[in-house]
Design a protein around this ligand. Structure first.
Ligand SMILES: NC(=O)c1ccc[n+]([C@@H]2O[C@H](COP(=O)([O-])OP(=O)(O)OC[C@H]3O[C@@H](n4cnc5c(N)ncnc54)[C@H](OP(=O)(O)O)[C@@H]3O)[C@@H](O)[C@H]2O)c1
Length: 300
């Protein structure tokens, strides 16, 4: 099955549009007030890193985290950066999130859970809290409500074009291996999509996320490759936020530009096997963590 998928990918990779490293030649939007939820995660910290650069020094940046200590460990001194405000609280704290979202023109959420854990609901909770916060802000708005863009880290699995390009057994395996995270994601997407008067939703739908050096990103509504590195995904998200070309895009894939992606197949296979085990044996992760604890004195 893996070989068939490899051949399939090879035959499709050449149809990608050339990478869009387009800051130089594409009209840019100037988002002036951006909120990031999930900035301590691997995708979120990449996005934050870019927005902290000199290029975006005029940006007003609100960062909502559940652990300020973790954020400070990743970005020492960030609380004293000009334009940056950190909000620490639970993802269900409507009052605090309302303060955080006040005046924001762009909300980026890179929250999520990669393991297939039954009952995961971080995205559902974030969506409910965000919608409540925006309802309050829209009711309090003195002038017409300027609905913010909400950029949601989603998944290629839920893009019809991208999923149709996958062999059906592969698609089945991926859906099952991440079924609990996907349930959470789909609930969140539905909550946001039901509020077009409050927010403008844009789904970022990457393939497998991997830890690797950046190779450039490709944005496309037609195809994704096998994988995207966190750094390329972060750069892609920033381009979606700042490029006029994507202002009205409702769903878009981000891939890494590297042509050599097949070496990720073993790691992807490992994740799928673990996820499917967890799907059909819900105690699987508890057992795995216990074994790791016994063997190495800590959990995975
Ligand atoms: N893995 C893949 O191949 C793949 C492919 C496509 C899409 N995705 C999507 O990507 C997302 C994961 O992105 P990632 O790898 O960047 O995630 P990550 O590194 O695990 O970071 C997740 C972020 O969410 C926060 N978070 C998690 N649970 C929370 C909770 N209960 N309350 C508040 N904050 C919470 C984390 O906060 P802390 O730092 O405080 O823990 C962190 O900031 C998933 O939603 C998944 O559907 C994954």
């Amino acid at each position: 099955m893996a070989l068939v998928y490899e051949l399939f990918l090879l035959s499709h990779c050449s149809h990608f549009r050339p990478p869009m490293f387009s800051f130089g030649n594409m009209p840019l939007i100037e988002p002036s007030r951006v909120c990031i939820l999930g900035a301590t995660g691997r995708t979120g910290r990449g996005v934050l890193q870019i927005f902290l650069s000199e290029r975006y020094r005029n940006l007003e940046l609100h960062i909502y985290v559940r652990s300020q200590a973790k954020l400070l460990a990743l970005f020492p001194g960030i609380e004293s950066y000009a334009g940056v405000k950190v909000f620490e609280g639970s993802i269900t704290n409507v009052k605090l999130l309302t303060q955080c979202l006040s005046g924001m023109d762009t909300i980026i959420t890179t929250l999520g859970e990669n393991e297939n854990i039954p009952g995961v609901r971080v995205l559902n909770d974030a969506a409910t809290t965000t919608v409540s916060a925006l309802e309050t802000l829209s009711q309090e708005a003195t002038y017409d409500w300027n609905r913010p863009r909400l950029i949601l880290l989603s998944s290629a699995t839920w893009n019809t074009n991208f999923a149709a390009a996958r062999p059906r057994p592969v698609h089945w395996a991926i859906r099952n291996a991440f079924c609990y995270s996907y349930e959470d994601l789909l609930r969140a997407q539905a909550i946001y999509a039901a509020q077009p008067q409050l927010l403008q939703l844009c789904l970022v739908q990457p393939p497998a996320l991997i830890e690797e050096e950046p190779t450039g990103h490709i944005l496309s509504t037609e195809k994704v490759s096998l994988a995207v590195s966190y750094a390329d995904l972060a750069a892609g998200i920033v381009e979606i936020v700042t490029s006029e070309a994507y202002r009205d895009t409702s769903a878009i894939g981000v891939s890494s530009a590297s042509e050599d992606q097949l070496h990720h197949l073993p790691e992807m296979g490992r994740r799928i096997v673990r996820g499917i085990l967890a799907r059909y044996a819900p105690w699987y992760f508890a057992l795995e963590w216990k074994l790791w604890g016994l063997l190495f004195g800590h959990s995975t």
